[in-house]
Ligand binder design. Structure first.
Ligand code: F6R
Length: 639
């Protein structure tokens, strides 16, 4: 039976959670707990037996342990480790193996004895696996069991590779990976088809026997599964819910991963709140959705019956709250994303003056501008603003190899048709063809191939921006250096990336900047690109007056939209504008039909874009506002 939960605020939570402001602080804290365990065992002349995980989540914990080893003399001579899992089949030397991961992130940098490291063996013949797994369990038991088990959580709710359907008493065994897990791993393997279908994993029962279990999760991407694991009913559909049965478990979360827990998402259900404007707006929209009534039809009973009696008492009656929120939402809608000339702008999202603004639309990849805000982009141009678009990265990792050959063949034919010698081009082409034929999954392309891929994306970006109405002078293909690794893992951002961005901003001196504010995926290119724009503007604001008056609007990329209560500017699109936007997206031919990185959404980009903007319009309509074909949403960044 799990620990009793005596607090009202956490009454929906079925296991203990500790929430940190960010993953860095959280990881340092977990690393300190591990080091305290190792040291205390050292004093008793005992071994510390650790269960370890791989993946993005524990990386900073391992980095901190390595730092402690180097700078604080933390020794791992008395440490024995058992890793949770390994893909099957898998060679230990492969780039994607968990052996490589553990070596690179931890073992190579500390003084652990090699014979004390255990990672399931992905090279065994099938018939030996069962006995091997039993032996893995026996070894753990012979050492007195695991002192501490570190876990991440998959979006399927898996712990280790115990996918939905796993039993609470399962032991170490060979399992089949869930489709979503394979899709999540596809970037590491250069395509889902290369991700192994199986893995060897410790069982839930094995994990359960650990004397202490710490499950970590970071970022909004994990928020939905964390809510299920912490507050949901226990079920094999979400294997992590079995941890609710343990007395020794703790979930260590950053604020984003915790954001969907009831106490943060709908706090009025578990405690008295301080009702500021933002919370009232969020709660009223929630209430309207929950009881499926437009805002202006919500009654005092609706408020009282749905945990919002405190709000009705403090700020009511319902009629007044309803009108207030309805008006606030109404004022976010504007067909004038660059401000309406001559209008009273005190309650409009953008300033009326100057009537013609200079605008820079930053697009992390060469198609995010049209996918995410194509309608608004076209409107800004139509309304006479001086619009520039800046493609921040070359996007060259997302082009298929055969497209490169196609374009090279075109170049050779064209060269010949104008009577030029094409020996050099043909030699390069032959090299490319050989390289592509022999290419291993995720192998970095040659510089020439990467260049051609970038040129393809550049020409598509120009076509898209021209279609939106821009002249070539206003189209900037930045190809920022941090992106240019040819791999999914990029280089750290440097001053050069920021300075290139500052230079462009200095040249245009925009009144308005649009940038992709996607914070859910902390490793993604979008967030890195946003931070570069933010930093560039922050630096410019120190010395340049125009920068103080420059407003930064965030849009969201192809994956998810802002919540309705967050939206500060909603730009409606007519059916004709939806079509124009669609044609602009079509200019990105290398991304059509089947992009290299579809993420976990199989829909084509233009379909995602249209469905998402229709959903936003529907959500406004459901709240009782006007019914539009589609809407693009924006939130203003506060410096
Ligand atoms: C890793 C493991 C998995 C991961 C989980 C989360 O050894 O067993 O359960 O912990 O898939 O992965 P990340 O941390 O990459 O999000």
């Amino acid at each position: 039976m799990a620990r009793l939960n005596l607090l009202e605020e956490t009454r929906f939570e079925k296991l203990p959670t500790t929430i940190y402001p960010d993953q860095h602080v959280a990881s340092v804290n977990v690393a300190q707990r591990i080091s305290a365990l190792i040291r205390s065992k050292q004093q008793q002349n005992k071994m510390a037996v650790l269960g370890l995980a791989t993946g993005a989540t524990p990386v900073r914990v391992y980095a901190e342990l390595v730092r402690m080893h180097r700078e604080e003399g933390l020794s791992f001579r008395n440490v024995i480790t058992f890793n949770l899992d390994e893909y099957y089949p898998m060679q230990p030397t492969a780039a994607q193996s968990y052996v490589t991961f553990m070596n690179e992130n931890l073992f190579e940098h500390i003084d652990i004895k090699r014979e004390n490291v255990h990672i399931p063996d992905g090279t065994l013949p099938l018939e030996e696996i069962h006995e091997y797994c039993l032996e893995y369990e026996r070894k753990i038991e012979a050492l007195g069991g695991l002192d501490l088990q570190i876990l991440g959580i998959g979006r399927t709710g898996h712990i280790g590779f115990n996918e939905p359907g796993s039993a609470p008493n399962s032991g170490t065994r060979l399992v089949t990976l869930d489709d979503l897990t394979r899709r999540d791993a596809s970037r590491d393997f250069g395509g889902k088809e290369n991700v192994p279908r199986k893995a060897i994993t410790m069982g839930i029962g094995t994990i359960f026997k650990a004397r202490e279990i710490i499950l970590m999760a970071w970022s909004g991407k994990k928020a939905p599964i964390i809510k299920k694991a912490v507050e949901g009913e226990m079920s094999s559909d979400v294997p992590a819910t079995y941890l609710q049965l343990s007395d020794n478990v703790e979930f260590v979360l950053d604020v984003d991963a915790a954001s969907e827990l009831t106490r943060f998402n709908t706090p009025w259900l578990v405690k008295d709140c301080v009702w500021d404007e933002a919370l009232i707006k969020k709660a009223v929209i929630w209430l309207s959705k929950t009881v499926q009534k437009p805002i202006l039809k919500l009654t005092d009973e609706d408020y009282n019956n749905n945990g919002m009696a405190q709000l009705a008492t403090e700020k009511g009656p319902a009629y007044n709250i309803n009108i207030d929120i309805f008006n606030k939402l109404q004022r976010t809608i504007t067909g004038w994303p660059g401000g309406k000339p001559g209008a009273d702008d005190t309650r409009r999202p953008e300033r009326a003056e100057p009537a013609q603004k200079r605008v820079v639309v930053f697009s992390p990849h060469p198609d995010d501008d049209v996918i995410s805000m194509g309608g608004t982009f076209i409107r800004l141009v139509d309304q006479g603003h001086d619009v520039h678009v800046a493609y921040q990265t070359s996007g060259n990792t997302a082009v298929w190899d055969d497209d490169v050959l196609r374009y090279m063949e075109f170049a050779i034919d064209f060269n010949k048709s104008i009577g030029e010698d094409s020996d050099k081009l043909e030699a390069i082409y032959a090299n490319m063809r050989n390289f592509i034929q022999e290419k291993q999954p995720n192998q970095v392309d040659t510089q020439e191939i990467r260049d051609v891929k970038a040129f393809i994306r550049k020409s598509e970006a120009f076509a898209g921006a021209r279609y939106a109405g821009l002249s070539d002078d206003n189209i900037h293909f930045m190809a920022l250096p941090f992106y240019e690794t040819g791999k999914t893992v990029k280089k750290p951002v440097t001053d050069i990336d920021v300075e290139i961005t500052m230079e462009l901003l200095r040249k245009v001196k925009p009144h308005q900047v649009f940038a992709a504010g996607d914070f859910a995926d902390p490793h993604g290119t979008h967030i890195v690109c946003f931070r570069i724009v933010e930093e560039a503007l922050r630096r410019l604001r120190e010395t340049e007056d125009w920068a103080m008056d420059c407003w930064l609007w965030m849009y969201r990329g192809a994956w998810h939209e802002f919540e309705t209560h967050e939206i500060e500017m909603a730009v409606p699109l007519s059916p004709q504008e939806v079509m124009r936007k669609r044609y602009a997206i079509f200019k990105h031919q290398s991304q059509k039909d089947r992009p290299v990185f579809p993420g976990d959404d199989e829909r084509e980009f233009w379909i995602r874009a249209e469905e998402r903007t229709r959903e936003t319009a529907k959500s406004y309509d459901d709240l009782g506002l006007a019914e539009y074909e589609a809407m693009e949403a924006f939130v203003r960044w506060k410096f």
